[in-house]
Ligand binder design. Sequence first.
Ligand SMILES: *[C@@H]1O[C@H](CO)[C@@H](O)[C@H](O)[C@H]1NC(C)=O
Length: 188
Amino acid sequence: MARKEVTLLLFLVLLVAAVEAQLHDEPTAAAVGRRRGAKAATAPTHLHFFFHDTVSGKSPTAVRVVSPPASSPSPVFGMVNVMDDPLTEGPEQGSAPVGRAQGLYMGSDQAKIGFLQAMNLVFTAGDYNGSTLALLGRNCPLDAVRELPVVGGTGAFRFARGYALLRTHWLDFATGDATVEYDVYVTD
Ligand SMILES: *[C@@H]1O[C@H](CO)[C@@H](O)[C@H](O)[C@H]1NC(C)=O
């Protein structure tokens, strides 16, 4: 074999090896899709319901367990309320129940009405009956929209992440009773 032919052959062998290596290295579109996870590409689950916080009357669903100290710089700083509030499909108290919001909100802002709210949304009807979502975040109830992170879940919501948008639907300033519209977006 002439030297030129040997060089050409060597070149071709190296080229084939290089192409083959690249074919093996470069992930196919399907592999990329699998790696990213089919669920990452799907839209988040949207849950919509109403939350009823009743602090007044004979059977309140939220009770004040700690009052703000007299020295408190804001009307609620230092206050702790524990709730087991009904969640319903529609805005009326008598609307179909979907679950409960169980947890607490405590005044944690010295400058305005702002709470740290920590709660489980416990679903008792529909597709998510028996599943829960855990929320932990800041809630300033006089703001038009509040955003709380979804930090986890159980059952259908294992590994859940997401956020909830809260909008006051109705508020009785005299008693503090309120109905809040919840839009929750979760992925897993
Ligand atoms: C929710 O699940 C519980 C336990 O399985 C069951 O007893 C109840 O009837 C269910 N509720 C609805 C509204 O489907």
